[in-house]
Each structure stands twice: as C-alpha cells, then as structure tokens.
Design a binder for this molecule. Sequence first.
Ligand code: ZN
Length: 296
Amino acid sequence: MQDRMIGDARVTRVEEIAGPGFPAAQFFPEFDAQTFKAQEHWLAPSYYSPESGRLVRSIHSWVIRMNGLTILVDTCCGNHKPRPGMPGFNMLDTDYLDRLRAVGVQPEEVDLVLCTHLHVDHVGWNTKLENGKWVPTFPKAKYVMSRRDHDHWQAAARKPETEEYERNTYNDSVLPIVEVGLAEMVDSEHDLGRGLMINPSPGHTPGHIHITLESKGKRALFSGDALHNPVQVPLWTWNSRFCEDTNVARQSRNKILSHCAHEHALLMPAHFGSPHAAFIKAKGDDFALDWDHGPS
Ligand SMILES: [Zn+2]
C-alpha cells in the first residue's frame, strides 16, 4: 500500500505510467552539465538514468480520503486519446482505473477532482471513451479547475497554430466536463473547507494551482507541476521546458518550497519517482530534500 496519513486524511498514490521520460539536457532550459553532474549521485536510478541521459518520472494521481469524501488530485493521461507528436502519451491503454479500484476507489465514489492545471498528463482520465463519445469518468464528481487556466486553454484550442495534442487535450478531456455542467471554475484562491485550500502558483501554466491540506496539525502540499523532478529542489531556479512564464514559475516554485519548509508540509508532486513525497529543509536561500519513506 502507498497510504500516508496527514492527520485524519488518508492519501494514496495511484500510478498510471512510470519510467524514463525526456532527456535532462532538453527538459531544463537552464541545464548546465556540470551543475547537473554534481547531483547525479543521488538522482540515479529513481529520478535519472545516466545510461540514457533521460529523467525518470512517474505519472500519478493522489487520492485523498477524509471525512467521508473521496478527492482525486490530477487524472494523468487517460486511455485511447490521440496525442500527435507526443508518443509517450498517445493512444495509451493502461489499467489505471483497475489500480484505482484496487485501492478501494470506485469511479462513481469520487466526490471531487482537483486539476492543478490543464496539461495533457493531468486531465486525461477526466473523461473516458464510451460508444464513441467522451464522457466523465467520475460521473458524480465536481471537477475543480482554475478559471484562468480554463480560459487560456479554451482560447488556445481554437487557434490552428496550437499543437494538435494540446487542442485535443482541451477538446476530449476538459470541454466534455464543462458541457455536462460538472466543471467548477475557481479563481486563484479558494477555500474547499475541511482544511483544503486552493492556492495560485502561476508560471508553469497561467492558472496553475496547488492544494494545501491541513488536518490535526499535519500538513501536505500537492504541487502539480511547479516542480517535475526532485533535482528542482536544490536547483529551484531551473524551470521545465513546459513552464510558460519562466520568471513567474521560478517565483511560484520558491514560494511552494518555502511554504513546505516553514510549515513542515509534506511536498506531494505529480511526477517524483519513489518514494514520491518529501519534506523540505531551508538553508538560507537554498532548499534540500528530506524524503518521506512513509508507511508505503
Ligand atoms: Zn505533468
């Protein structure tokens, strides 16, 4: 089991896919071989493959169960979705839903889906293909997303110059949720109650949000893609190639790491390899990881 207790909240990781992803040198616009080399000794093999030069990542959801509620943070890539130019995400056929059921969650039981942002690997299981139509995978859930991100991707999906896989992502994984009235658009800061807060962390996308959880004095922070790889803790000024506004993304990353360090909040990102979550220690302007091996 991959359960962690944050006070009364039980948090479970559900993996869709894992393994080597983008080459490190292409993924980080600020990549510097010598700086990266100095981190390699702890990055391999869970977060980096020296043989291939590729970053190793997991694509997973976090399930939060508390006070009788079942909440899903991010929904990975989804099945049967055409993603031209993105072979790693194209026409997947994984047993993600079986894995969700295996940890005790039936899709009909999900009350809230929280989308940190509307990228291809975070909204995929919002919908599934049924009789040739994209329908909500979690039919009784409210899907919470940032209005700013929604409006950005809605506009992008209408522009022919937008990458086809991005247009498809909006059209097959976000629009069907909006059309059936299950989307709940929120502004940058939003109190979900029960110790759950939505907070703005723009930069990776214009409306990127992160979620903070507090229960019985214990804290966690679900950071979406404010960080992709744990090397971005010591090297927190490094963005990913998918961060749209580099300066703002850097500020948001710093804010999230500072919050985790000062509030002793467990950092729970969307793509870190095992053990997938860490506490953060601040040393002057720098940050260090303190991995949470937890009960998993
Ligand atoms: Zn992602």
